[in-house]
Design a protein around this ligand. Structure first.
Ligand code: HEM
Length: 493
């Protein structure tokens, strides 16, 4: 496919890295709150990548160093590749920093094939079972929300100056606790040191491999062994996370009661025993694999959901009229005396439409997770060589003017019909599409609904007096996070 001319050695990423580096000197790519006048000058990477499609077409090539990357834009092309040609476009590339961290085990970065399929099927079924039965997730999510609400109440009382509250730590803790409950069978208090340390470690690991000189390991893998700076830190973070999770798995093995599994670790250990008993000699189910699956659940399931909730709250303070309409719907259907539950979902179409519209506008995983062509193939008139990295540009799908009217406008009503019923739109794909579609989609939707409705039932959120909203393009990292902001919180009753 055609594409922009690459720079020597660095390829087209020179075009990103150099302005990115300069921009960071002045406060980050939205990393800190950048004055609005400055943000007009530079645009976020997902926007640049989408803009380039206007020049080179919906399928275009770029080079990252010597690696050929093909970017797919717009709904039709992305669906054609990931759904209709899933057999060729469902593999994952080998990215040195990611391979170091994951050993290509787990689910997210595992190569497409029978091992990935079996592991994903097991985890998917287990996650689904958590929605039901005695390990039901709804009470766990609501329990976490009760803590968030009482903390918000306290913080709102302390905020006598009206400078506002940062919602990030509370939401992060609540979301991480859901994964922790599923995977480790434990919920942690938001002030728990051990859990806080694990979350910090994971966040630090992601930050280093995505946003520091450690990205150079992807070009020169031997840098990983350097005994100083971020390179040494990468190895230390890797060792610390390994020690923490291995200790938890060992504790589970020692106290396992196969008749009463407590969480995903127990269920996995039971499956291992069953396969051993059945004489499966080439089973991929092992404690080693389990370790990477847990890491995947934390990494894929916390940042994504947390940032989506933070985006939802930001949109509500920027569009207070929509916030009031959502609250009116919740008041009419749920009332003040009980907390919203999943059974209310079907009766709150405007609320659901608002959640979907925030997800459409913001796309927290804007470029999905890189795919790879597992063989040389013809695709819509182009030859795509085996090993090509494929970037499905989900951002472009959600801003595609051929399928969305006025795509840059925030308008929840686009998801409603004339009678106010919810419309399902197949070009709405914040969780991706095809065989690699997000494994936690159902869980995430449950969390988003319960958190959004519970928070808006209990509180009204506003921007602190005299403060402009942050730049709405967000911070581009592994996920697209909103730029930091604070809100004033007022209990509704
Ligand atoms: C993959 C979005 C929450 C687990 C993905 C992908 C996207 C995505 C776009 C990549 C699809 C592709 O490669 O084409 C989201 C969003 C979330 C969310 C927007 C929240 C709002 C979760 C949660 C979990 C999870 C809560 C787990 C509990 C995974 C896994 C994969 C994945 C394991 C890799 C699937 C595979 O490679 O087979 N997600 N996700 N995600 N997600 Fe999510």
């Amino acid at each position: 496919p055609p594409g922009p001319k690459p720079w020597p050695i660095v390829g087209n990423f020179g075009g990103f890295l150099v302005p990115n580096f300069i921009w960071r000197r002045f406060g980050g790519w939205g990393g800190k709150d950048v004055p609005k006048s400055k943000t007009r000058a530079l645009i976020s990477p997902q926007v640049i990548i989408t803009e380039q499609a206007k020049v080179y077409g919906n399928i275009y090539s770029m080079w990252v160093g010597s690696q050929l990357v093909v970017v797919l834009n717009g709904y039709e092309v992305v669906r054609d590749a990931l759904s209709n040609r899933a057999d060729v476009f469902s593999d994952r590339p080998e990215i040195p920093t990611v391979t170091i961290m994951t050993k290509r085990k787990g689910i997210v970065f595992a190569p497409y094939g029978p091992v990935w399929r079996r592991q994903r099927k097991f985890c998917h079924t287990t996650l689904r079972n958590f929605g039901l039965g005695k390990l039901s997730l709804e009470p766990c999510i609501l329990e976490g929300l009760a803590v968030v609400k009482s903390e918000l109440l306290r913080l709102s009382e302390e905020d006598t100056e009206g400078s506002g509250v940062d919602l990030t730590p509370l939401i992060t803790n609540s979301v991480s606790n859901v994964i922790s409950y599923i995977a480790l069978g434990q919920r942690f208090h938001h002030a728990d040191r051990e859990f806080g340390a694990l979350l910090d470690l994971m966040a630090r690991g992601l930050e280093i491999i995505a946003n520091s000189a450690a990205v150079l390991i992807n070009v020169f893998p031997l840098l990983y062994y350097l005994p100083f700076g971020v390179f040494r830190e990468v190895r230390q973070v890797e060792r610390d996370i390994t020690a923490f999770l291995k200790q938890i798995i060992t504790r589970h093995r020692e106290t396992l009661d196969p008749a009463n599994p407590r969480d995903l670790i127990d269920m996995y250990l039971v499956e291992m025993l069953a396969q051993e008993a059945a004489g499966e000699t080439d089973s991929s189910f092992s404690e080693d694999y389990l370790f990477y699956i847990i890491g995947d659940l934390f990494i894929a399931g916390t940042d994504t959901t947390t940032n989506t909730v933070l985006w939802m709250m930001l949109y509500m303070v920027v569009y207070p009229d929509i916030q009031e309409r959502v609250q009116a719907e919740i008041d009419a259907v749920v009332g003040p005396d009980r907390v919203p539950s999943l059974t209310d979902k079907g009766s709150l179409p405007f609320t659901e439409a608002t959640i979907m519209e925030v997800q459409r506008m913001t796309v927290v995983v804007p470029l999905a997770i890189p795919h790879m062509a597992s063989e040389t193939t013809e695709f819509r008139g182009y030859t795509i060589p085996k090993g090509t990295v494929i970037i499905p540009n989900l951002w472009s799908v959600h801003r595609d003017p051929t399928v969305w009217e006025e795509p840059d406008d925030f308008n929840p009503s686009r998801f409603l019909d004339d009678q106010g019923n919810l419309l399902r739109k197949e070009c709405f794909i914040p969780f991706g599409i095809g065989r690699r579609v997000c494994m936690g989609e159902q869980l995430a939707k449950m969390e988003l609904f319960l958190m959004f409705t519970s928070l808006l039932q209990a509180f009204s959120f506003r921007l602190p007096e005299g403060l402009a909203p942050p730049a709405m393009h967000g911070r581009f990292g592994l996920t697209l996070a909103p730029c930091s902001y604070t809100v004033t919180v007022r209990p509704r009753r």
